[in-house]
Design a protein around this ligand. Structure first.
Ligand SMILES: Nc1ncnc2c1ncn2[C@@H]1O[C@H](COP(=O)(O)OP(=O)(O)O)[C@@H](O)[C@H]1O
Ligand SMILES: [Mg+2]
Length: 256
């Protein structure tokens, strides 16, 4: 199945267009390429995200859904790149009808050879010596800040896992700068519920993948979030709802 899809992408882009599959999720195939879609003078590292048609869906409906999600993700990407203080990949191009988005490539290879998303970064530091260093603390504070700024601007991410946060090291000082990626489920929302759920999803992701140090990590994330959230009255409401979402989650898991 995936060979067929890769073939389709290769045909769409042209036979000799260099692509390398780097991720295959439920919704999308993600490729790396060294070519700009239409301007060879701008050739560098890019990401192509392709949402294939779902065979089990009616073709006409599927086209509408694919187009809607692709357009939605592009819109978020553009909107957020104009938002002060938010780091997201640069939007390059898209073909919503065929389910394609091009964006700049973020991140690099970590010391252990893995990709520099938050998940792998925390895994690399997953030992008593490195877990609580200033470097790790600053990364988590800054991730929290990114989410605080996002929510202050009435945007929610919708899928805040530690793989959807990518770190990029600054050349000048070696500092890790967090970027948010994957806006397929993101959008404008003023609802405290949506923001509370965003925080809960991230907290769960940290708890399940980095359980040994999760308590401190979540504390730092929340500290950064609070620092960046501008409207204090609104912040109180969001934190109250976050607590409620947590309780709901706990009840659910107790019921099994
Ligand atoms: N702009 C980007 N720069 C670097 N890597 C990316 C970028 N976009 C996606 N990726 C990689 O591809 C993976 C899947 O992309 P993502 O947009 O999260 O799609 P999915 O909906 O399948 O999770 C990411 O976890 C990341 O490793
Ligand atoms: Mg993702």
């Amino acid at each position: 199945m995936s060979a067929e899809l890769i073939d389709h992408v290769q045909q769409y882009l042209g036979k000799n267009f260099p692509i390398k599959l780097i991720s295959q999720g439920a919704e999308a195939l993600v490729f790396e390429t060294s070519k700009h879609p239409f301007d060879p003078t701008l050739d560098k590292e890019y990401i192509i995200k392709y949402r294939p048609f779902k065979k089990y869906r009616h073709e006409q409906i599927d086209r509408v859904i694919t187009k809607k999600r692709t357009v939605g993700e592009c819109r978020c990407l553009v909107k957020l790149s104009n938002m002060e203080g938010i780091n997201v990949p640069q939007f390059i191009a898209s073909d919503p009808h065929n389910g394609f988005i091009w964006q700049s490539k973020i991140g690099q290879t970590l010391k252990d050879g893995t990709f520099s998303n938050l998940r792998n970064f925390l895994w690399l530091n997953n030992n008593d010596k490195n877990a609580y260093t200033e470097e790790v603390k600053q990364v988590l504070l800054n991730v929290g800040k990114q989410i605080g700024i996002l929510h202050t601007n009435q945007y929610v991410h919708g899928d805040l896992t530690s793989s959807n946060i990518v770190l990029q090291q600054e050349d000048c000082n070696g500092k890790w700068v967090p970027f948010l990626i994957d806006f397929g489920l993101s959008g404008y929302s003023t609802l405290v519920e949506d923001k509370g759920v965003d925080l809960y999803v991230l907290e769960r992701a940290i708890l399940s993948t980095h359980s040994l140090y999760a308590e401190k990590y979540n504390e730092w994330l929340l500290e950064g979030y609070k620092q960046a959230y501008q409207d204090q009255e609104d912040l109180t409401q969001v934190l109250k709802r976050f607590e409620e979402v947590r309780l709901r989650g706990r009840k659910r898991s107790m019921l099994g």
